[in-house]
Structures are given as C-alpha cells and as structure tokens.
Design a protein around this ligand. Structure first.
Ligand SMILES: Cc1ncc(C[n+]2csc(CCOP(=O)(O)OP(=O)(O)O)c2C)c(N)n1
Length: 640
C-alpha cells in the first residue's frame, strides 16, 4: 500500500522532523492504513479514526517513551501503534501472533500501560507521577480518556486523589459524545453544556434571578450585571467541576485541527499541576460510514471499504445467544411486570437495546459503571423488582464485591446474564471471559448455570426469573447451534443435569458450550468402540451430585469439559464432590478447560482447538484415558 509521508515515520522522532505542512497528509496516510487494515481484520475503527490528529500532536509535542501516554480502554491506540515503530506490522493487527488491538507493554516501550477495561488511565497515570517524583525524575505523564470512560467511578476516584496530590499530570478528555452508543448520564449532559456554552448562560441566568429576588436593590444590581459579567464568567468557568476537583481546566478545543492541538499541547506542557484538556473529536472521522454509524463501527467485523457493508451479516443464519437472550427477556417481561433490564454502556452488545425499545421505562443504561449496575439491581430487588443485569463476563469482574456483598449476602433475586463467557477471540486477554465460573463459584446463595444451546438459554432465563435468589447464566459469544426454539418456556429443576447420551466406558461431563463438542466426540469414540456417556451438567452450582456420583461409580472414569480456567472451575467442583464422597482415589478424572494463563488473541475456533476444547481434543483425551489405563501406564487423576 502506498504510504506517502507515513513511509518516512519509523518512530516518534521522525514525526518531529516533519514540516508542519506535511502533518495533515500524514493524518490521511494513517487513516488509510487503519481503514484498510480494519476492513480486512476487523477491529475498533471509529474510536481510532477519531484520535488520529490528537495522536500526531501528542507524539509531536511529547517525547515517548520518556513521557508516558496512557490510552484509556486502549481501543483507540491504532495511530499510536503506527507512529511508534509498528507501521509495517500493523496489517497483522489482531491476527494470531501479530499486533495486539490494545496497548501492550510487552509489545513496545511506547505502550506505557496495558489497557482494555475502561476508566483505569488516570489511576495508572497518577501512580506513575508519584513514582516519578519519588525518584526525582522529570518526564510528563498523560492520560487520554474518553467521555464514556469518564463515567466509570474509578476515573473519579483517581481525579479526587490527583487533585489532592497536585501532581504534574495531564488528563486529555477525548470527548466525542459517544460511548459505544451515545453517552448517557448527567456528566454527559454537563459536558454538552460546556461545549454549547449553555453552562455559562444558565449560570448567568440563575445568578440574575437570585439578584432580582433581593428586595429593592436587586433590580439595580441586575442593571449593573453588564459590569459584573466578567466577574461572573470567572466564577463559572466551563470546567468548574474539574476545577473544584483540583485540576486546571482548558478547553474545549477542536480535536481535528492539528495546529490548534499542537499549540495548545505546547502551552499546556508548561503547567506543572493537574490539568484537564478538553478535546472535541468525532468518532469515525474521515470514513463516512463510520461517521454516520459510529456504534456499528465501534468494534467492526471485516467490511468492504467502498460500500461500508460488513462482510459477515450479523443477522443472517442461526441467531446469536445474545439475540435469543434478548427476545426471551422481552417475552418474559411481557408477562412479568417486575422485570427490568440493566446494562453498563453496552445496550447493543448485550441485546438490551431491543428490550429498551419495547420497555423504555424499564430499561437502565448506567454508563460504564458495572459496580453501580450491580448494586443498583440489588436495591431494586430489595423493593420487589426482578432486575436482569446483562454484562460481559470480562467486565463483570469489576463488580466482584458488589455481587458478593450486595447481592449474594442478602440473597437477593438479581439475575446476571453473562454474555461473551469463554473465549472471545481477537480482542485477546483483556476481554476473554474465561474466569467467571471460578470467580462466581465460591459465592454462597448464587445459582450458576450455563446452557448447552440457545433453546436451553431460554428456559434457564425463565427459570431464573422465578427463582427467589441470585442467579447467574453464562453463555458464549456468537451464534447458537441453530436448534429450534421451544414456543413454551419451561421451568428447569434447580441443580439437575441431564444425560444426553448413554455409555459404559467413561463419562464426559460438559458444561455450557462444551456439551455439543462432547456429544460429537462421544459419537466418534463409539466408532472406535469406546462407549462414552455424555452429561449436560447445566448447573455449576448446585451441582447435580446424584447424577455425577452415579456416573463416577458406574463408569469409573470422568472427563470434565468447560470453557473456563481450570483453577476453581467446573472440573474443580466435580473433584471436590468426589473428595467429599471419598471417591477421589477410585475414580479417574481428567479436567479439560483453559489453563491458568491469559489467553492470547486470535480466532476463537483456533484458540479452542489449541486448548483441546474441540471434538478432536476431547476424543484424544478420552482415547488416552482408556488406552493408558489398559496398558496400566498411569492414572489421569488431576492433583488438587
Ligand atoms: C470496564 C469496561 N466496561 C465496558 C467496556 C466496553 N467498552 C469499550 S469502549 C467503550 C466505550 C468507551 O467510550 P469512550 O471512553 O467515550 O471512548 P470512545 O470509544 O468514544 O472513543 C465501552 C463501553 C470496557 N472496555 N471496560
């Protein structure tokens, strides 16, 4: 691909040697490379296109890697990667073994901090400022945070602390009015008022009203207000909220004007105190389809550049788990007026956008605030509502204590619909949903289940809405199996699994997404003369003790299969059960799952194959288990 000015940039130093007049050409080249690559590999297009000029300006004015630039969430870091020596690797963005879609310290010295989950940048930046000052060093630290990510509580916790410590810290508020969907909440309204100048006008009106209400002298004072105008202006600076938190507020400035950005950053660089620079950008800037539909191009699948149409039509073929969750919830909510839906800034991703269309008054988007979402649900449940909180597995990690302390401890009927559980693929280790069974399993009172297909998901959701306590249902990213969906929803007995295939030689006990490959594996094993029983466990807690113990006693060999890390996961629960029943030495157990490691990025199918979480992998473990035993080589019992 022809790269023009960009072909001369092998690192940030080269950028500083460019003539100012060449910078907008550079911005064009970067945009082309980003659009071309994401159209083929998929990725976070809209956010990255929105900060091309800001990134150029930052690297022109500051000196990475000495100065530290921390990208909140990190999904907007593509231009940063291109400018910091990774231009030629960029076509392998998000490819197995290629460049990560997020900042990675292990990938480059210019990536100051690993990000992926939102609202962490100011805390990390402040930590670096403290370290810098303690070590007597003099570099600059810059956190770039979006208006969406600023809705996360952690960002405020960090600002509260930073304003107090008065460190030399620059926070760039990249305000494009969007989270993934349009940003929500009072803070977003406040930022909009700053942008439109309404904030100052409203404050001025309110001050005038107060003056007028003062008997006799008030009207006279209002007449003098012209003279007071300047005084009022300085009282109600647009970023008063940031000023009150101890930051100097500068802005808002236009975020696609390179000269303004560079000049402002040069000026701001001289401050040695906490500063918020408010920069206005447009999501998707420079690619019309993304400008028009920023949400659709937030995390884009591959598309055709000329038309903007996506190569994989998301709505074709069998419905996704998310769609089935969404339509089932609407169906249930039509009968049950207590149901409310809660999302933390992911209405489209979780499918709750459709619920919001049908029940706008029963839908709550709380912003990127998973902790608040969960405790909000707890409060609602206390007062008789039946909240369904839908959050991706990886982001629910944020709300651990809220699930434990605010929901489970009080045994409140909150339903957690955990989407993207298991491996998610190209977004990589920050986004893999591989820990939820382990982090939820120890929580008393919680019912934890995973459906074998999209039809069972319907019944699980229905069952959860009738249960008088907390329930979590985890289901994977992507399409269901294409099974038919029962018209009538039925109540599943809590803690009961099912035998989906009979066999005498060994038992495959699978949970959720692993039931289908376990079943196919058993069919293949039958061709080789190995008779495998297959159990769909349905519940991780409570376990179907009776069914599992029966299988253990009858076949003497168990293989547990889960799309979750092995420590503290489903297989561990089965081992604990065997230990409790004194069976651990007489039953041979092999656990299949994700090892205790952060899974790299790559196509989900390839990652699953690599881990042996596929029909072929299961067949080979079963074969080994049987043949090794026959030759008396060893025992497949996993050590505790
Ligand atoms: C804790 C957490 N929850 C949810 C997400 C999913 N997510 C990724 S980007 C994003 C929106 C971020 O909005 P903003 O900070 O304004 O950045 P923009 O994409 O608009 O540039 C969300 C909700 C996340 N990364 N982390």
């Amino acid at each position: 691909m022809e790269q023009g000015v960009l072909s001369r940039i092998n690192g940030p130093d080269d950028l500083r040697s460019l003539d100012r007049s060449e910078l907008s050409e550079l911005a064009n080249d970067i945009r082309h490379l980003i659009i071309d690559t994401v159209s083929r590999n998929g990725g976070h297009l809209a956010a990255s296109l929105g900060v091309v000029e800001l990134t150029i300006a930052l690297h022109r004015v500051f000196h990475s890697p000495d100065d530290k630039i921390i990208w909140d969430v990190g999904h907007q870091c593509y231009a940063h990667k291109i400018l910091t020596g990774r231009r030629d690797l960029f076509p392998r963005l998000r490819q197995y073994g290629g460049l990560s879609g997020f900042p990675k310290r292990a990938e480059s010295i210019h990536d100051a901090f690993d990000t992926g989950h939102s609202s962490t940048s100011i805390s990390a930046a402040l930590g670096m400022c403290i370290a810098r000052d303690m070590q007597g060093k003099h570099y600059k630290v810059i956190a770039v945070i979006g208006d969406g990510s600023l809705t996360g509580g952690m960002a405020f916790e960090a600002m509260n602390h930073a304003g107090d410590l008065k460190k030399d810290l620059l926070v760039i508020l990249n305000d494009n009015k969007m989270s993934i969907s349009p940003n929500v909440g009072a803070l977003s309204t406040y930022l909009n008022r700053i942008i439109s100048g309404q904030f100052y006008n409203r404050m001025k009106r309110e001050i005038e009203m107060v003056l007028r209400s003062i008997p006799q002298i008030g009207t006279h004072m209002v007449k003098m207000a012209g003279r007071l105008d300047e005084a009022i202006k300085s009282l109600v600076v647009p970023g008063i909220m940031f000023e009150e938190l101890g930051f100097k507020y500068i802005g808002p400035i236009p975020g696609h004007n390179l000269m303004t950005l560079i000049d402002t950053l040069e000026a701001v660089k001289r401050f040695q105190r906490p500063v918020v620079l408010h920069v206005l950008t447009q999501k998707g800037k420079g690619y019309t389809p993304a400008e028009l539909k920023p949400s659709a191009y937030h995390s884009a699948s591959p598309f055709i550049v000329e038309s903007g149409s996506f190569k994989l039509q998301k709505d074709k073929g069998q419905p996704s788990y998310t769609q089935v969750f969404s339509q089932t919830l609407i169906k249930i909510a039509q009968q049950n007026s207590k149901i409310v839906g809660i999302t933390a800034a992911m209405p489209e991703g979780t499918g709750l956008d459709r619920f919001a269309q049908v029940f706008p008054e029963r839908f709550f988007d709380v912003g990127i605030a998973e902790q608040h979402a969960v405790t909000l649900a707890a409060g609602m449940a206390c007062q008789g509502l039946r909240p369904v909180v839908s959050i991706y597995s990886t982001f629910l990690q944020r709300a651990y204590d809220q699930i434990l302390h605010d929901v489970c401890l009080q045994n409140l009927p909150v339903i957690f619909a955990i989407d993207r559980a298991g491996l998610v693929g190209e977004d990589g280790p920050t986004h893999q949903g591989s820990f939820d069974l382990s982090y939820l399993r120890p929580m008393p009172n919680l019912i934890l289940m995973a459906p074998k297909d999209e039809n069972e998901l319907q019944h699980m959701l229905y069952t959860a809405t009738l249960y008088e306590g907390p329930v979590a249902i985890r289901y994977p990213r992507g399409n269901g199996l294409g099974v038919s969906l029962d018209e009538t929803l039925s109540l599943l007995p809590i803690g009961r699994g099912e035998v989906v295939r009979r066999g005498e030689d060994l038992t495959l006990i699978a949970i959720g997404s692993m039931v289908s490959p376990a079943f196919t594996a058993a069919e293949r094993l039958a061709d080789e003369g190995i008779r495998a029983q297959v159990i769909n466990a349905r519940f991780v807690k409570p376990l179907d003790r009776e069914l599992i113990l029966q299988a253990a006693r009858r076949t003497g060999r168990l293989i547990t299969i889960e799309e979750n890390v092995l420590p503290a996961g489903f297989g561990s629960a089965v081992l604990e059960l065997l230990e409790q029943e004194g069976l651990w030495s007489s039953v041979r157990v092999r656990r299949c799952g994700i090892p205790e490691q952060f899974m790299a990025f790559g196509p989900r199918r390839a990652l699953m194959e690599e881990l042996g979480l596929s029909e072929t992998g299961i067949v080979s473990v079963a074969r080994q288990m049987c043949s090794l035993e026959e030759s008396a080589v060893g025992c497949w019992k996993e050590p505790f």
